[in-house]
Design a protein around this ligand. Sequence first.
Ligand code: ARG
Length: 581
Amino acid sequence: MSVFQQHLASLVSSAFEKALASRTDDVQSLLPVNPQLQNSQHAHLQANAAMALAKRLKTNPRELANEVAATLGSETTFAKVEVAGPGFINLTLSDEFIGQQLGNLQTDEKLGVSATTSSTIVVDYSAPNVAKEMHVGHLRSTIIGDACVRLFEWQGHKVLRRNHIGDWGTPFGMLIEHLLDIGESQATEELSLGDLNTFYRAARQKFEADTSFQERARGRVVKLQSGDKETLRLWQLLIEQSQSYFVSVYKSMDVRLDGTEFYGESAYNDMLQPTLAELQEKGLIKASDGAECLYPDGFLNRDKQPLPLIVKKSDGGFGYAATDLAAIRNRINDLDADRILYVVGAPQKQHLDMVYEGARMAGWLKAPITAEHISFGSVLGTDGKMFKSRSGDTVKLAELLDEAIKRALAVIEEKNPDLSQQERLQVAESVGIGAVKYADLSSERTKDYVFDFEQMLALEGNTAPYLQYAHARIQSILRQADEAELGGQITPHHDSERALALQLLRFADVVREVTDTLLFHRLATWLYESASAYSSFYNNCPVLKAEDNETRRSRLALCQLTASALASGLGLLGIKAPDRM
Ligand code: ARG
């Protein structure tokens, strides 16, 4: 709860306690009183606790409510306290109290989000595969993961970013052989241009068509796993080229990934054997057809047979599941994680659930430590089918982002032809990338969402450009004021000022909710509601032409606070708020 909510809840609770004490000798059994504060159409808030409490005491709820209302009515916090219906207590906050609460936000760069004790949070996200084009699923993971990182870093937690790229395993046999076939310089060129699919597909095709190539590829896997120097050098080449391409995409996406957080599957190689040994020691490994398996409790296949996590394959190699077990062990035992987030698409739910259960059985994952699958749906095209390019290929991320920026540029050119060329390009980047991120984060994470350039770049509706424009408009008002007029006390007098103020005061509660659920669309909704509340304030209350200086200052300060709340909210989503648009 925000300080604001806490204050109100404790006022109402103590008023209830006082009223209860005069009715029973055993108040203790009724404590703590949950005031059941709710939003109301009739007032700023409604307290609904009277009905349930009166029932337990077998007393009249309306009388109880009246007594509570009388106590609350004498508080300066409230302008009006009224009882309605069977015992609803309608609370109207006083302008003085609202102004005071806003004052707390004005001096707090975290806008009322109180610093909690710092935890260590591991975020596993993005995770494309080496020598393979990033697809829109990786786009979602990157955007959502980045928002998680920003949200927790902003609150002062220790955040460990883990980019679990696919950089190990059998495909590298064929990839390295293909690299040798076309020569290092040609391979480097294709890969550094981000032409990953051409490279990957050519290797795949040969692997499928040519048995001698297949054999070479298999032999190469063995060499790779046994640590052959030359093979490792070639493998490293593939990794480096792909990584630098990924980093270039991250840079254009403006996410907090710069290459230092690559902990690919191969990073766990040295931990695989010890992980297996520990699982064996704990009696959790069973042999099955030559493979060493862990059977997590509660997972059955269609024939009701227990499902395995294959820790060591029958050919002696370790695979995806082994790596994830080693990784979770490392994150808990070595990194001291309190909370581990896996920002991975919905199809991997079962795999991850099995890994968590395995980690529980091994005794690594135990309360209060949590591992959470931050699942997300697919990206669909406007036709409602899986998002594909016109040729039916997977869409290249870099091209997608370029197109967003190009389209944003057209929007800005129309809206504000006065911006300098350079500023226009900068703003177009913020708007284009912002639009792509916001379209993702403003829709419910677990559902599929439709990727639609027109819709995401619209200046009306719940879009990034709308919010960015609202912010820029406020900034342009602030530019017309005197520096000395800014930052003063806010005292609301008009209903739309009060509504905007209360909306801003909810920020901390929304952030708390999003921190728990990682459902960022709730923050998006708050942003959209805030921009709408601002717009009705602006329509009803002249700012620069306010009736007197005091009102002008108060409104300018409210504008300022709104702008910083919008910028902070967008910032948590990884979206820039330019001052001009
Ligand atoms: N590289 C995988 C993919 O592209 C995602 C990895 C997710 N993270 C994990 N720890 N398994 O599907």
